[in-house]
Design a protein around this ligand. Structure first.
Ligand code: SF4
Length: 82
């Protein structure tokens, strides 16, 4: 059995046009997504290492669980990385 190495980072993006502001994503990924006073997601802008499996799993739950498909995970390429 091999070891999977995860290089790089990711961020979660939200499409504000699609988002309905009911905040389901913050329940699915509370360590990454918070809500503003109107219930719209506030997402940490700092990239998260792909090696953070817990955060990546939560992000995937939120992405798949968003009823409006307003969330997506975007991989961040580091300068000089291939
Ligand atoms: S679950 Fe989707 S539609 Fe609902 S607040 Fe989060 S991003 Fe917006």
């Amino acid at each position: 059995m091999g070891v999977i190495r995860r290089h790089g980072q990711f961020v979660i993006r939200v499409n504000p046009i699609l988002c309905d502001g009911f905040g389901h994503c913050a329940e699915l990924a509370p360590e990454i997504i918070h809500l503003d006073e109107w219930g719209y997601p506030v997402i940490e802008p700092e990239p998260i290492p792909l090696a953070d499996v817990g955060a990546l799993t939560s992000a995937r739950y939120a992405e798949r669980g968003c009823p409006r498909q307003a969330l997506f995970i975007e991989r961040v390429h580091e300068p000089g990385a291939r």
